[in-house]
Design a protein around this ligand. Structure first.
Ligand code: FAD
Length: 440
């Protein structure tokens, strides 16, 4: 018979919402803690940015979402629904293949309404401590309303962590930067291109934000110079823009404002925009060192979800990236819910630990740096199929076809030659498509 447990979910973004639905379907008693006053997490756009443009000041007020105003999804709409709840909202009577962020938030709000999830969510309630006590879990939370701040503790049989990982920026450590006189900002604090008008801007990174923002600011900036870690990249100018260049890694930032690249060129820059991604952060989690974060590796985690020593009472949904994210969180959430209800049994602890060690060993053999532990391969379906198989969930063959068609398209696009040395960035280049001509 299925077990009914009291389960806490930290966060009401896409991961927390889908997890709550799956737990509820399995008959669990669910409480979702959400520190803000609405659902959606990443997809809640805020024009507000943090007081420190690099987000290094520990006293700053943290803004959760890193969305910029113009953001459209980097996956086609049909890869951003759930298996039984497709993403088919119409805007102005037409379906955009790559919807704007407002539509994604609307989609998640509809999801909450249609699955009656609102009653499970405690808004304005931040989880400040999650700690194991005997076989149970204490969740300490702080609720803030206009005129009151209150704390409380509650005991759960399991906790699922769904707090997102696009809020705490990684900032590049650049030689000479301390005495370089220009401005620096992280993409977490980028909203609109206007502050970059007439400026010479260096954009660091090779991911979706670097590509998207780099392209957007070419409309107002004097010059935009993209640069990434890949040492093989030679300096080149992108033909379709008259003010966009690509460079290799930064060699040194000089006191006179010059920034030198390893490709031998240098630029008198006004602004360095860091698009280096984000760090995992579970400030509320107390595990006495059983779960650690080392160079952005959260571990040990069996298949990115269960810490073997603490499973199944503690689990994480939504950690891997470069995936078909919404589908990934759906299958991870189904797995967690089935394990908690006792329908699916995890392997013994030693076996899970061995699997994690094997994953680390494979990474080392393939010279994949530690900080990419949770990055899925370019074709993420090997992982997604594996997780889905744990709960006997059939992967929709249409989904696979759409993914492969999309992937083939982006790999084959002519401008890819511009960055062909750097395979990693294929994923990022959707921003250079003529999006309206695509239909998936
Ligand atoms: P989040 O959406 O970050 O939600 C986490 C929630 O937890 C938030 O509501 C937060 O307030 C809450 N929370 C955090 N800490 C606590 C606490 N201590 N107590 C209580 N509540 C807490 N994915 C795609 O599939 N397609 C895209 O096109 C795409 N574009 C992206 C563009 C940008 C700029 C970024 C940053 C991400 C993008 N993503 C995209 C990834 C996106 O983050 C995921 O799709 C998804 O929204 C992640 O959901 P999540 O629930 O895991 O995290």
């Amino acid at each position: 018979m299925a077990r009914s447990l009291k389960v806490a979910v930290v966060g009401a973004g896409a991961s927390g919402l889908v997890t709550a639905r799956e737990l509820q379907r399995e008959g669990q008693q669910v409480v979702v803690y959400e520190k803000s006053n609405q659902i959606g997490g990443t997809w809640v756009y805020s024009p507000q940015v943090e007081s420190d443009p690099l987000s290094l000041d520990p006293k700053r007020e943290i803004v959760h979402s890193s969305l910029y105003y113009s953001l459209e999804t980097n996956l086609p709409r049909r890869l951003m629904g759930f298996s039984d709840y497709p993403f088919t909202i119409r805007k102005n009577g037409e379906l955009r293949t790559f919807p704007g962020h407002q539509e994604v938030l609307q989609f998640l709000n509809n999801f909450v309404q249609d699955f009656g999830l609102l009653d499970f969510i405690r808004f304005n309630t931040e989880v400040v401590r999650v700690e194991q006590q005997n076989d149970q879990w204490v969740v300490e939370s702080r609720r803030s309303t206009c005129d009151e701040l209150s704390s409380s503790e509650e005991i759960f049989e399991a906790v699922v962590v769904c707090n997102g990982h696009y809020t705490i920026p990684k900032v590049a450590d650049l030689p000479g930067i301390k005495s370089w006189p220009g401005k620096q900002i992280h993409s977490h604090n980028y909203r609109v291109p206007e502050p970059f008008r007439d400026q010479v801007v260096i954009v660091i990174g090779a991911g979706p934000s670097a590509m998207d923002i780099g392209q957007e600011i070419t409309k107002v900036a004097k010059e935009v110079h993209l640069c990434s870690r890949s040492p093989e990249i030679k300096v080149s100018k992108l033909e379709m823009f008259n003010n966009l260049w690509q460079h290799s890694k930064i060699e040194y930032c000089y006191e006179n404002g010059l920034v030198a690249f390893q490709d031998g060129t240098s630029v008198a820059a006004d602004i360095i925009l860091h698009c280096n991604g984000y760090k995992y952060d579970f400030y509320f989690l107390r595990t006495n060192g059983t779960v650690t974060i080392d160079d952005n590796r959260v571990g040990p985690l069996y298949k990115h979800v269960f810490p073997p020593e603490l499973a199944p009472g503690l689990s994480f949904v939504g950690l891997p990236y470069r995936a078909v994210i919404f589908f990934m969180i759906e299958v991870q959430a189904k797995w967690v819910a089935s394990v908690l209800s006792g329908k699916v049994i995890l392997p013994p602890k030693e076996e899970m630990l061995h699997d994690v060690e094997q994953h680390y060993r494979l990474m080392e053999e393939n010279r994949i740096p530690k900080h990419h532990t949770h990055r899925l391969p370019l074709d993420p379906f090997e992982y997604l199929n594996w997780v889905a198989a744990q709960v006997g969930f059939p992967v929709d063959t249409e989904l696979l076809e759409i993914y492969h068609k999309f992937f083939e398209f982006i790999s084959g696009a002519s401008w890819i030659k511009f960055r062909e040395q750097d395979n990693r960035s294929i994923w990022a280049l959707t921003s250079f498509f003529d999006k309206p001509t695509l239909s998936f």
